[in-house]
Each structure stands twice: as structure tokens, then as C-alpha cells.
Design a protein around this ligand. Structure first.
Ligand SMILES: NC(=O)c1ccc[n+]([C@@H]2O[C@H](COP(=O)([O-])OP(=O)(O)OC[C@H]3O[C@@H](n4cnc5c(N)ncnc54)[C@H](O)[C@@H]3O)[C@@H](O)[C@H]2O)c1
Length: 372
């Protein structure tokens, strides 16, 4: 019987046996992807999917304390049960450590998701955004220059559309009025990445994600915050009297799009409404559900999913927030065809099932992440 551990495959007949060598050959022939932010919400889902698709995955994550690290540890444990996955704990702002991991692994593709996320947190913690989103991303581009990959894909955000009011947001719109430092660092990352793509021929795609939700979600985002409050009978804050719209994206739909876009390497003739650079193999593309929902309708869908009424407290609009996000998905669909668009009610049902199950298990095992 073969005994699989996280990184080593052993067989009773020893490391030199035919079976062991065959297994090693299979693992070595798989495509190799390095995912930054793999212990994060989206990184965990992308890594899980690529492992299922037969990739060998190296995750990099600093396990930053922005939200409860136990949730990140739980995601990492789940990934580490697959022998084709390894996790390295380091900050992408630490160039020598990052370079050693990258050069040792020799990725074919890099999926850069590590970031200091969150709009409101950037007001009091600006340094974290400069370190992860600017220095960390710059290191990523430098490493792609020194250790070429077939495609570098990186997470940007709908927040770069900032003060734009014309909807739906199209990738070709000027996005030069960020209203948070988070958005400013992500927009800057796109510009720095374009210059690297131009100068060093690095095939690069930036994804502008729109409010992603689902199982294993982020405790600082509305679905997790509202779920905890609704189940605890505590009030939820309804910003701007509920007069806000968000283009919610179910995480499995986003992962499907990311997976297909990995093989859509920028090049060739531009498509209609394309952002393909005239001087670099570089493109920006929205990934979104494409069906914005009002905050009050979102809360109603949460109440339905958890079969419990929410207690609402009205709160003013938060600094750094935008009123509405609404994505054009025309370019996305030209690039990869139609992707699934899970209806919000269905996505929240799946989220609620996970949340209830995870909370119960965590309470028993004493690892319930404290949601802030
Ligand atoms: N979730 C969304 O709705 C959403 C929307 C738009 C954009 N994004 C972007 O998608 C990406 C993933 O977001 P997420 O929701 O999974 O967030 P997340 O916070 O759950 O994941 C980010 C991960 O990056 C890690 N990290 C932070 N700084 C690091 C550093 N210096 N070195 C190494 N690792 C570091 C964190 O520990 C975390 O595990 C981010 O780039 C984010 O800005 C997310």
C-alpha cells in the first residue's frame, strides 16, 4: 500500500521502487501553479479547484492577523491533505524568502491573490496596504521578470472604479478617481504590472473581482458579519439606509472564470471592448455575477437562508465605500464563454449550510474563529 504524506510519497518497497518512481513522475508532470494568498478566502477555493484539475500547487501566505488566523489555518489544513499541495508561510514583501520559494518551485503559472483587502480598514492601517499590495506586488513582478512564467494572473478589484457613476462599469472606463487607499494600491498595481509586462514581455491578466461570497468567506464582509449577528440575535448595521447596490459573485462561479482565464493568455487581435494593451501582453477583465442587488434585498435573502429575521440599525455611509458596483461582463464572456451565474438566493443557501456546519464543528473543536 502506498502511504501518502503531504510532500513525500513512500511505498513499502522503498523510495527507489518502480511504483514510487511512477508516482513521482506523475506528480512532476502536472502543471505547476504558485498561488499567493492561498490561505485566504478566494485563494483557498482557487487552490482546491486547481488541485482537483490535476495541478501541483505551491501556496504562499503570511497568515496575516487582519482577521482570525484560525480560519486561515483551517483552510490550509484542508489544502494540505492533498499531497500535491504545499504551503510556505512568508510575506511576499520579503523578497529573498519569496524568491527562494518561487525559484525552488519553478511555477508555470502564478495566481497572485495575496493582499491587504478591505476598504474601511485602509483608513487606519495604510502601511499594511503599501506593504502587501504595492511592495508585495512589485516583488511578484520582479520575480516574474527573473523567473519567467507562461501567465501571471493577479487580483484587482471593482473598487478601482471609485467615484465612477456610469454603470455598468466597463474595463475600458477611465478608473482614476479611487476613494480609498485600498483602491489606490490596486489601481497602482495594475499600472506597475503593465510596465513590467511591456518591458519584459510578461503575459499578465488583472481580474477585477466584485464582492465575492460563499463558504469559507471573509469575516470582515457582509455575509459573515450578518450571519453571526442574525444567529446571535444582535443588530446588523444597514449603511446608507440600505441605499447601496453590490454586484455579488458566488465564489464557485468566480473560480470557474479564473480557471478558464488562466488559459486565455493575452495576445493576438483585441476583442470588442478589449483592454488588451497595444504595447504589452496585458489585459484587465471584470469577473462578476453581473446582477447587482440592493442591500435591503440582500438582507432579506440572508434572513431567508438562515430562516431568521435580522434586527436592523440604520448607519451612515462609510468613508471609502462606493454607492454601487455593477460590472459589465461582456469582455469576460467573449474571452471564456458563459460562466455559471449562481442566483444570490441559491448561493446564500449554500453559504448558510456551510456556516452553520462550520460553526457547530468549530464550537466542538474549540477553534471557532472570532468574527470581527
Ligand atoms: N473577496 C472579495 O470580494 C474581493 C473583491 C475584490 C478583490 N478581491 C481581491 O482578491 C484577493 C483575495 O481576496 P480574499 O477575499 O480571498 O481576501 P483574504 O484576506 O481572505 O485573502 C488574502 C490572503 O493574503 C494573505 N496576505 C496578506 N498580506 C500578505 C503578504 N504580505 N504576504 C503573503 N500573504 C499575505 C492573507 O493572510 C490572506 O490569507 C485580494 O487580492 C483581494 O484584494 C477580493
Amino acid at each position: 500500500m502506498l502511504v501518502r504524506t503531504n510532500r513525500v510519497i513512500q511505498s513499502p518497497s522503498g523510495p527507489g521502487s518502480v511504483i514510487t518512481r511512477l508516482m513521482m513522475a506523475v506528480l512532476q508532470s502536472r502543471r505547476r501553479v504558485l498561488i499567493t494568498g492561498a490561505a485566504g478566502f478566494i485563494g483557498f477555493h482557487v487552490a482546491s479547484r486547481l488541485l482537483r484539475d490535476g495541478w501541483t500547487v505551491l501556496g504562499i501566505d503570511s497568515f496575516s492577523p487582519y482577521y482570525d488566523v484560525r480560519l486561515k489555518e483551517a483552510r490550509a489544513r484542508s489544502l494540505e491533505s492533498d499531497p500535491a499541495f504545499s504551503m510556505v508561510r512568508l510575506s511576499i514583501a520579503d523578497r529573498p524568502a519569496y524568491e527562494a520559494a518561487w525559484a525552488g518551485f519553478k511555477p508555470d503559472v502564478v495566481v497572485h491573490l495575496a493582499a491587504q483587502a478591505g476598504v474601511r480598514y485602509s483608513i487606519d492601517h495604510p502601511d499594511d496596504y503599501i506593504s502587501a499590495n504595492l511592495i508585495g506586488s512589485h516583488n511578484t513582478f520582479e520575480l516574474a521578470r527573473n523567473h519567467p512564467v507562461s501567465h501571471l494572473v493577479a487580483a484587482s478589484t471593482s473598487s478601482v472604479y471609485g467615484a465612477n457613476t456610469v454603470t455598468p462599469f466597463q474595463e475600458t472606463d477611465r478608473a482614476v478617481h479611487p476613494v480609498s487607499l485600498y483602491a489606490a494600491t490596486k489601481g497602482s498595481m495594475e499600472l506597475i504590472g503593465h510596465s513590467y509586462s511591456h518591458l519584459f514581455g510578461i503575459p499578465t491578466t488583472f481580474f477585477r473581482f466584485f464582492t465575492v461570497y460563499g463558504p469559507w468567506g471573509r469575516p470582515d464582509m457582509a455575509p459573515m458579519k450578518f450571519a453571526r449577528a442574525i444567529l446571535a440575535g444582535e443588530p446588523i448595521e444597514v449603511f446608507n439606509g440600505g441605499e447601496m447596490m453590490r454586484d455579488f459573485t458566488y465564489v464557485d462561479d468566480l473560480v470557474e472564470a479564473v480557471t478558464r482565464l488562466i488559459d486565455a493568455v493575452p495576445g493576438g487581435k483585441p476583442l470588442t471592448g478589449d483592454t488588451l494593451s497595444p504595447v504589452a501582453p496585458c489585459r484587465v477583465v471584470n469577473i462578476a455575477g453581473g446582477r447587482p442587488v440592493g442591500l435591503n434585498d440582500f438582507i432579506a435573502a440572508m434572513e431567508h437562508a438562515f430562516a431568521k429575521a435580522a434586527i436592523r440599525t440604520m448607519a451612515p455611509m462609510q468613508a471609502g465605500d462606493v454607492l454601487a458596483t455593477d460590472a459589465s461582463t461582456a469582455l469576460l464572456h467573449q474571452l471564456i464563454g458563459k460562466v455559471p451565474e449562481t442566483p444570490l438566493a441559491e448561493g446564500l443557501e449554500r453559504f448558510a449550510d456551510w456556516y452553520v456546519d462550520y460553526s457547530a464543528k468549530s464550537a466542538i473543536e474549540g477553534v471557532l474563529p472570532a468574527m470581527h
